[in-house]
Design a protein around this ligand. Structure first.
Ligand code: SF4
Ligand code: SF4
Length: 105
C-alpha cells in the first residue's frame, strides 16, 4: 500500500509525520508533508486519521478496491470520522465511524 499527499490541501500541521510508526513522512521545502519511502508504507491508516483536512489518500490493493481505488477520511465532527472508499470507477462509499466505538470494528 502507499499514500499520496495533496499539497494543495495540506496545512503543514505535521500531525501525520508525528504519528507514522515507520517515520515515513517528511516535510518538503514548502513545509508540506511528503512521503519518503512510499513502498514501505504498510497501510496502518494512522496518518489518514490524523489529517483533519483530507489531504492524504491511501491507495487500495486490488483485492479491496482494484487498481486506482483509494481511501481517505473526513471529519464530520469531533465524535465522528467518515471513511471514504472510492473504487477504480470513481464510485464512492462513505462509512461513518463513532471515534469512541472505533475499537469495536
Ligand atoms: S499509512 Fe501508516 S505506515 Fe503508511 S504512511 Fe501513513 S502512518 Fe505511515
Ligand atoms: S496531517 Fe494533513 S495537513 Fe497535517 S501535515 Fe499531514 S498532510 Fe498536511
Amino acid at each position: 500500500m502507499s499514500i499520496k499527499i495533496d499539497k494543495n490541501k495540506c496545512i503543514s500541521c505535521g500531525k501525520c509525520a508525528n504519528i507514522c510508526p515507520g517515520n515515513l513522512i517528511c516535510v518538503d521545502e514548502n513545509r508540506k508533508a511528503c512521503i519518503k519511502y512510499p513502498k514501505d508504507c504498510w497501510g496502518c491508516t494512522a496518518c489518514l486519521k490524523e489529517c483533519h483536512v483530507s489531504a492524504i489518500n491511501m491507495y487500495l490493493g486490488e483485492d479491496i478496491g482494484g487498481k486506482g481505488g483509494y481511501l481517505f477520511t473526513s471529519e464530520e465532527n469531533k465524535d465522528y470520522l467518515n471513511w471514504h472508499i472510492v473504487d477504480k470507477n470513481g464510485k464512492e462509499q462513505v462509512i461513518k465511524i463513532n471515534r469512541k466505538e472505533s475499537n469495536k470494528y
